[in-house]
Design a protein around this ligand. Structure first.
Ligand code: ATP
Ligand code: MG
Length: 373
């Protein structure tokens, strides 16, 4: 690797790159290939940016800004046409080819052994034979998802859904049109494209879409400039905000306060912007209230019945080695997880995983015994 060239490609001086190597750039030597990753954003370089041993760079996937008051946000941010895509609820991966092997990188810039297996199952090698520098940005979605298990999609286990493209050594994302074109050419599943509107007339149409997605339990939308001139904007359904709360309150002592507050505040803005009448308002209040009190009561009752408070997820793998590697991957990213014995299932193995939620477990145990908050 030539440090001068790498610094140049990142838009940094060589001295700055060297200084960052002592702070935010971390080395990852497992699984192969070895790489360096930006643990945090620095000097205009996104967190999760990866530098491979051969000097190739894969930029981190940028943050997407959230609209709270949708109408005004659309008007101030966009002009011309916008494309509305479904926001899929899973976890972000970037898929690249390195010396001919497909690799899946997490948001943080680690190679994830499990996502890599899924990517190799889902994607035709011809994509990268034809475009060796391509970076596929997308969401891993489905019930056998070790981070965000969801049954709301037409996915049996877990699948990759493409939502943008980039190239190695380039920060630029290619945008909606090119993404869906390439997906069609190579038969890649994409985040559904739900419509294209003139920005200044898009608001009522997007609200309709968001209401419909909400009824289906979906997460929301990502609104993108059709010409890819400005960055995308995200906006979520009430049902998804509440389902996040329902999850977070089940493990109330293991989540950051901001996670709870941000979801509640979104509900306030949406309720006001949608000009809700008394009935709609009541329905929202009930949904929001139930998503708080429901999981809390369940956690307390379970503890009173002597149960351990844990989170259960599952994965399905072709090779047991992938599961072992994934266990190692979770350990090195600081997540505690207990892997059950693999159960053969067709040509795959189903593996149940238990993630202990120590803080909620211990806190609830103490409180039900009469300790003070
Ligand atoms: P941030 O983008 O601020 O890092 P976050 O990590 O909290 O946000 P989300 O609130 O889920 O994540 O929103 C952004 C993420 O949405 C993207 O990183 C991507 O993984 C996911 N996503 C799902 N569907 C799409 C889509 N159609 N287009 C772009 N991103 C999508
Ligand atoms: Mg997400």
């Amino acid at each position: 690797m030539n440090p001068e060239r790498v610094a140049g490609k990142l838009g940094l001086s060589r001295e700055r790159l060297e200084a960052l190597h002592k702070t935010v750039i971390k080395r990852s030597s497992w699984p192969e290939p070895r790489l360096w990753r930006f643990d945090k954003p620095a000097s205009g370089v996104e967190a999760g940016t990866v530098i491979f041993e051969n000097g190739e760079i894969v930029h981190g996937y940028p943050k997407i800004r959230r609209a709270m008051m949708l109408g005004p946000a659309l008007n101030t941010h966009f002009s011309g046409n916008v494309a509305v895509e479904e926001k899929m609820n899973g976890y972000n991966v970037r898929i690249v080819s390195y010396h001919g092997d497909l690799l899946a990188l997490t948001r943080g810039g680690f190679i994830c052994p499990f996502s890599t297996e899924v990517a190799r199952k889902n994607l035709h090698p011809r994509i990268f034979e034809d475009n060796p520098d391509l970076v596929l940005c997308g969401e891993m979605v489905g019930p056998d998802n070790p981070y965000v298990p969801k049954r709301i999609y037409q996915v049996k286990s877990i699948e990759f859904f493409l939502f943008d493209l980039s190239h190695k050594n380039s920060k630029r994302l290619m945008g909606v049109a090119r993404t869906h074109e390439l997906a069609k050419e190579y038969g890649i599943r994409t985040a559904p494209l739900l419509g294209e509107f003139q920005a200044d007339r898009a608001y009522p149409q997007i609200v309709e879409i968001v209401r419909r997605l909400g009824r289906a339990g979906r997460e929301g939308v990502i609104i993108k400039d059709s010409e890819n001139r400005v960055g995308p904007v995200k906006y979520t359904t009430s049902e998804s905000n509440c389902s996040d709360l329902q999850f977070a309150f089940r493990y109330y002592n293991d989540n950051a306060l901001d996670f709870f507050v941000s979801r509640a505040v979104r509900e306030g803005f949406q309720s006001v912007e949608w000009g809700e009448g008394p009935e709609e308002f009541k329905a929202r209040a009930l949904r929001l209230g139930e998503s708080i009190i429901g999981p809390l009561s369940e956690t307390i009752r379970n503890k009173m019945a002597g149960e351990q408070i844990v989170q259960q997820v599952q994965i399905r793998v072709r090779s047991i080695q992938t599961a072992r590697d994934f266990e190692q991957h979770l350990r090195r990213s600081g997540t505690r997880a207990i892997f059950d014995i693999p159960e053969p299932d067709g040509d795959e193995y189903l593996i149940h995983i238990i993630k202990p939620v120590m803080s909620t477990n211990d806190k609830t145990e103490a409180l039900v015994k009469g300790q003070f908050w």
